[in-house]
Design a protein around this ligand. Structure first.
Ligand code: ANZ
Ligand code: ZN
Length: 860
């Protein structure tokens, strides 16, 4: 047999690992634990290359840590609720549950040939009542703790799908799926109080030193801490009434030229009741959607209410009050003062409505009057640092000092106070959807909102639902929602909203610690043993929502007594995407590689008509660009090891990688080479008896092995898998180059090859296992064998290379043992051919030796 039978071999070892339950985790407190997790997949129906990369990265970590002696938890589950299942139901008539479970079965079967070291006995699917009953209990606990509440709020409403959209689902003011113009609506919704932890979520980011800097920055910005002041502006002619604004620039108070309030400010609502023009303006604002993006890009518009407010620092000065489309009701106080000279938005607004522009900050050293005069007619605001001008007592102060002074001033006048404002909003978790976890409360006309008693959990989804009409199937189910009130026994209705699916993914990692627990989410001891996740791996697209919600959830669960950890993920790694060449026809249509033929000259043509095909840029694999490569086809053709190896070797794992035929074929050829090399091992070679000297080729190879163990261990520790592969390939070349001439070299050859196999095992577990069995017999699986150790003494290089000069000119180099005495070095240098010819006929005056560096022969 002279070919490696990939398929059969890979299946054989997968079966062996499974039957020995190699990857089943238990709470073994005698060993240090290591919890490695990849973001769990959505069961869309087919695995893609992104999955393969994600789970390969995690698998290498898991196998490496296991070999190092850690007690490893490496589980897998399914993020199984969500809209696509409902869309499939609408389009194909399949029940969302049926669609989801069958996808899970398909994808599980697609994952298995990858040879992942997963503890499948811990598998969970979030759509099962066994899972979501615990999050219903969590919600009730959050309610008790004041961490969940209900409030009326403005939402993005998709009038076609009849559902609330998250801000991220509104694109250019339209629903992401329907393309319908999104409306603003006021709805009673459930919220989780993430803002309760705003400060802590921000501060604790500094402790997450094994997280990518960019993710921490994104979370910092998302939490958006702003320091500033709330300032009251009394309404002229309305005794005792005032408008409170929030500002981060109290230093610019003297530059105010208007006050603007939100379209949903209570004062607006009051005025609009008797003012149809204003009511129309409010309606126009409502059509804009609530996303920040929509507000940012829309033209800034205002409506002059006719009211005026009195300046807090100068009672003789009043400014007009506008209702403006750019003022958000749920940030700060829903009201701002406008300072056109130092804020671009206010500047644009002032130019549009003819409002004054008064400079109150000037660049340091500038002529204040001239600067102010120029700004009066400018269209660009001055937003840089500077010193206060035209600001009474504050004049001459820096922006920072002027802010402080202004806050002290408004506080002393009783007109405001310094405050800290977060951009972070409480998390709205209500969705008007069927395929989600039912929110476990009942609405009673007498008793209000009544939590479902715990002994009645779980509240399960009804099976018999229809998807033939828009809106929430739960709300139109004939009987499901009609129940008796648990308090008074009168007729009542179930909540028909379900949780946002981020709810499930905010705690699944902790469920893996005790996934079959029926009584509670998990046993406290077990969860405290495993948590936090030591290494979490996933896409950077989750930098904010999922990762922030999970950090919040963990704190909330901690405070409800579920677990001890505050942070869910001690280490985070965000992997890059997988890209592939694209192909376009002469008419500019994307082509599938199967539609293309390669001619002998290398050019590409369309198979059906022979027309030219142009090769486009490499882009993220996507169906629409027809550049996806099917992982199962690859594994079928080349095997899992080759696919894994190529993914790991191509580039650093946080970078986007290019999938190529050449790459996967190269990996495949390398693995075959290893397989053939195993055939060259002498039958009586003894890897326990190898030379370690720094002089013989065999000894040098053994030393290189030790060095490679050290370097590869370090690379794997830091997830630099491509470096690790490169080093192992170098070692492979060195092993192959060793001539097996005697027992010592035969032993060294075997030692070297075995080391290659063991170092590769986390990456190419099947072939490594196969060759290990071939060389070592069937007594121990490599999956159960400890990671190789190195002898630090053998890493020390004990020869040095010296530059040899004659009269200051380089004439050659000399390798000498580090310990060689000076006289020996001199002798060796003088004996060199090139030195001999240079000094021929001359007298040697002096030989200077700089130890470890240079030998200089002075002769004339
Ligand atoms: C006066 C001022 C003068 C402002 C100036 C800025 C520059 P961040 O950093 O995001 O916290 N603002 C306050 N509440 C708002 C709301 N509900 N909707 C829209 N804008 C609002 O921004 C705070 C600044 O955004 C505040 O400071 C306020 O404008 C505006 F030269 O007050 B500023
Ligand atoms: Zn009641």
């Amino acid at each position: 047999e002279d070919r490696y039978n990939v398929k059969e071999t890979e299946r054989k070892w997968q079966a062996a690992w499974e039957s020995r339950q190699c990857f089943q985790a238990s709470e073994d407190t005698s060993r240090p634990k290591y919890y490695v997790l990849e973001m769990f997949p959505y069961p869309s129906g087919r695995i893609h290359m992104g999955h393969v990369r994600n789970y390969t990265l995690g698998d290498v970590v898991a196998r490496f840590k296991r070999a190092q002696g850690f007690n490893v938890l490496h589980p897998m589950g399914w993020d199984a609720f969500g809209l696509p299942a409902e869309n499939a139901a609408i389009e194909r008539g399949a029940h969302p549950g049926q669609w989801t479970y069958s996808n899970i079965d398909t994808m599980r079967e697609q994952f298995k040939p990858m040879g992942l070291s997963i503890d499948w006995s811990r598998e969970v699917a979030t759509c099962r009542p066994e899972y979501y009953r615990h999050e219903q209990k969590m919600f009730l606990d959050f309610l008790k703790q004041g961490l969940a509440y209900r409030k009326e709020s403005w939402v993005n409403w998709d009038p076609v799908d009849n559902t609330v959209l998250a801000n991220e689902q509104v694109i250019d003011g339209r629903g992401w799926r329907t393309g319908a113009l999104v409306e603003r609506r006021k709805l009673s919704q459930w919220f989780l109080k993430i803002t309760h932890y705003a400060d802590d979520l921000l501060d604790a980011l500094t402790g997450l030193d094994r997280w990518p800097e960019k993710v921490r920055t994104m979370q910092t910005n998302w939490i958006g801490k702003s320091e500033g002041a709330r300032v009251q502006w009394a309404i002229a002619g309305r005794d005792g009434e005032s408008i409170e604004v929030f500002t981060t620039r109290p230093d610019t108070l003297f530059g105010a030229s208007f006050v603007a309030i939100s379209a949903h400010h209570p004062l607006t609502t009051e005025l609009a009741a008797t003012n149809t023009a204003l009511a129309d303006f409010v309606a126009e604002c409502d059509r804009m959607g609530t996303s920040e993006e929509a507000i940012e890009t829309a033209e800034k518009k205002g409506y002059d209410t006719g009211l005026r407010v009195i300046h807090p620092l100068d009672p003789t000065w009043t400014v007009p009050v506008y209702v403006a489309n750019f003022v958000l009701m749920d940030y700060g106080t829903g009201a701002v003062f406008g300072c056109p000279a130092h804020d671009q938005r206010d500047m644009d607004f002032a130019r549009k409505y003819g409002l004054p522009v008064k400079a109150v900050v000037a660049p340091k050293g500038a002529d204040a009057d001239a600067f102010a005069r120029d700004l009066e007619s400018a269209t660009e605001a001055f937003t840089d640092d500077g010193v206060a001008i035209n600001s009474g007592d504050f004049n001459g102060l820096s922006v920072t000092d002027a802010k402080r002074a202004a806050i002290a001033k408004v506080e002393s006048l009783g007109k405001g106070q310094g405050t800290i404002q977060f951009r972070l909003r409480d998390w709205g978790v209500s969705r008007q959807r069927y395929w989600g976890c039912p929110i476990p409360v009942i609405h009673c006309d007498e008793c209000g909102v009544v939590p479902v008693p715990e002994d009645q959990l779980p509240v399960t989804l009804p099976e018999d639902v229809t998807f033939d009409a828009p809106g929430n199937p739960l709300a139109r189910h004939p009987s499901w929602q009609f129940v008796k009130c648990p308090c008074c026994g009168k007729d009542a209705r179930r909540e028909t909203d379900t949780f946002d699916t981020f709810f499930e993914s905010s705690w699944y990692f902790s469920r893996f610690c005790d996934p079959r627990n029926a009584d509670s989410a998990y046993d406290r001891n077990k969860v405290d043993y495993w948590m936090p996740v030591d290494q979490y791996i996933g896409g950077v697209e989750h930098a904010v929502l999922h990762l922030l919600y999970s950090r919040f959830f963990t704190r909330a669960l901690r405070d409800c007594g579920y677990l001890s950890a505050s942070e869910p993920f001690a280490g985070l790694f965000t992997q890059g995407m997988i890209c592939h060449e694209t192909y376009k026809s002469a008419e500019g249509k994307w082509l599938d590689p199967s539609e293309i033929d390669r001619r002998d000259d290398g050019s590409l043509v369309k198979i059906d008509d022979g027309s030219t095909v142009t090769v486009g840029r490499s882009e993220k694999m996507s169906k629409s660009k027809k550049n996806v490569v099917d992982p199962n086809h690859i594994i079928d053709t080349y095997g899992a090891d080759a696919a894994r190896l190529f993914m790991l070797s191509d580039c650093p794992p946080d970078r986007d990688m290019d999938w190529s035929d050449a790459g996967i074929e190269g990996a495949w050829r390398y693995l075959h080479r290893l397989w053939r090399m195993a055939g060259d091992v002498a039958s009586d070679a003894n890897p326990a008896d190898v030379p370690t000297d720094g002089a013989s080729d065999a000894g040098k190879l053994v030393r290189l092995c030790h060095k490679t163990i050290a370097d590869v261990s370090e690379d794997l520790e830091r997830l630099r898998f491509n470096n690790a592969v490169a080093r192992i390939r170098e070692l492979t070349n060195a092993v192959q180059a060793l001539k097996q001439t005697d027992a010592a070299s035969q032993n060294a050859y075997r030692f070297g090859l075995e080391m290659v196999i063991r170092l590769l095992a986390p990456m190419t577990p099947h072939l490594s296992e196969e060759l290990w069995a071939e060389l070592r017999g069937a007594d121990a699986l490599l999956a159960e064998t400890a990671w190789p150790t190195f002898d630090p003494a053998l890493l020390v290089q004990d020869t040095v290379t010296l530059a040899v000069q004659v009269n200051g000119k380089l004439r050659g180099t000399l390798d000498m043992p580090k310990s060689a005495p000076q006289a020996e070095v001199e002798q060796a240098a003088l004996a060199m051919d090139n030195v001999q010819t240079q000094i021929a006929g001359k007298t040697i005056r002096k030989v200077v030796v700089v130890p470890g560096k240079i030998v200089n022969v002075v002769a004339n």
